[in-house]
Design a protein around this ligand. Sequence first.
Ligand code: FAD
Length: 401
Amino acid sequence: AGGNVVIVGGGVGGATTARYLKLANPDISVTVVEPKASYHTCFMSNEVLGGERTLEGIEVGYDGLKSMGITMVQDRAAGIDPDAKTVTTAGGETLSFDRCVVAPGISFVTDGIEGYDEAAQEKIPHAWQAGPQTALLRSQLEAMEDGGLVVIIAPPNPFRCPPGPYERASLIAHYLKAEKPKSKVMILDPKEKFSKQGLFTQAWKDLYGFGTDDSMIEWNTFSKVGAINKLDAAAMTVETDFESFDPAVINYIPPQKAGKIALNADLADDSGWCPVDKMTFESSKHAGVHVIGDAAIATAMPKSGYSANSQGKVTAAAIVAALSGKEMPQPSYVNTCYSIAGTDYGFSVAAVYRYNAEDNTIAGVKGAGGLTPVDASAEQRKREVAFAHSWYNNIRKDTWG
Ligand code: FAD
C-alpha cells in the first residue's frame, strides 16, 4: 500500500525526500508545494559573485521530480493543520496527507537595525537565498569603481552555511584582485571565531595579503568595531557603535530563523528553530509532521545543503517505515562542506554522524571525518576544487534528478 505525503518546499530537503520516497515505494503519492518555477542553489552562488559561473549555471528545474510521478503544486503553503492533516495553499487548495514534510529553509530577522527592513534589500541584498538577490549583488560588484569598499556583515550563530560568508569574501576578493585591485572587502562579524577559520585565514594570506597593510580582506569583530547600529540604503553607509563606513557595496546577511511557514504552523520553539526527533525528523510539537533542512534543530549537523539532503533520505526511510508499519532502522548522516577561496584553492570539512537514542542527539563519529590540513600541498588544494565541482554536480542530480 502507498500513502499520501505532502512536502512543503522544493529546495534541497524537500526535493530529496520526494525523490527518495518514490525510489523506495513508487505507490506512495508524493506532492511538493513550491512557489518557484525553478530553484537556484545557494551552493556555488559565491562563484556567481566571483564571476566564475553564471546565474543560469546554478538554476535547476522540477522536470526530474515530475518524471518520477511526483506532483508539483506551484504555490505557497499558507497553513498546516496537523490535526486535520491538511496543507492549505495561498491559492486556496487543500491537500490531505498521511505524513507531511516541512522544508522551507530560513527566514530573516529584519527588525532591530535602524534603516534596515525588507524594502532596503533592494539596495542592500543578502543573497542568502540564491536567485535575483545573487544577480543584484553581482551587478553591484560589477558597477563599483576600482578602490571601492565591499562590506559583508556576517550573521550570528546559528545560520545557514557557517563557512558561507567567508567563502563569499574570498571569491569577491578573487574578482576584485583581477578586475579592481585597489578595492577591499571588509567583514564585520558578531562572532569571535568562525568555521574553518584557520584554513580561510591561511588562504587569505596566500592569495590576498591578509595580515599586511595592503590586505584585500579585513575581518573585524563587533568587539573591535562595535555592533551595527544603522544601515542607510540611500546614503550607502554603515554605522557601528564606534565607527562609520562608506562602502560601495553592502551585503548584510541578517540573523536567521526557520522559514515563516514553520513558525506560523507552530513547529518552532523559542529559539526560532524546529525541535525534532533526531531519528525520524518528526516534529517534537506535532505528530505526523517532519521538519528537515535548515529549519530543523539537528544538534551537531550544520545548516547545509548536504545535511538537508542526508536528512531527506533518513526522513524518506522513516516515512516508508511508518506507512508500512515497519521499524525504522538506526540512521546515520553525512555532511561535507567544500569552500573555494580562489583559483585552484579549495578545502573541506567532512563528518559522519550517528543518532544517539539516549539523549536524542546527532553526534559526529570519531575518526570518520576531518578537515583539509592547513599546510596542504598546492596539488591537494587544486584537487579540492575539482572535488567541490564534482560534489556540486552529484548533489544536484541526487536531489532533483
Ligand atoms: P532551501 O534549499 O532554501 O529550500 C526551501 C524551499 O522552500 C525554497 O525553494 C522555498 O521557495 C520553499 N518555501 C519556503 N516557504 C514555503 C512555503 N510557505 N510553501 C512552499 N514552499 C516554501 N550547503 C552545502 O551543503 N554546501 C555548500 O557549499 C553550500 N554553500 C552555500 C553558500 C551560500 C552562499 C549559502 C547562502 C548557502 C550555502 N549552502 C551550502 C547551504 C544550503 O544552501 C542550505 O543549507 C540548503 O539550501 C538548505 O536546504 P533546505 O531544504 O532547508 O532549504
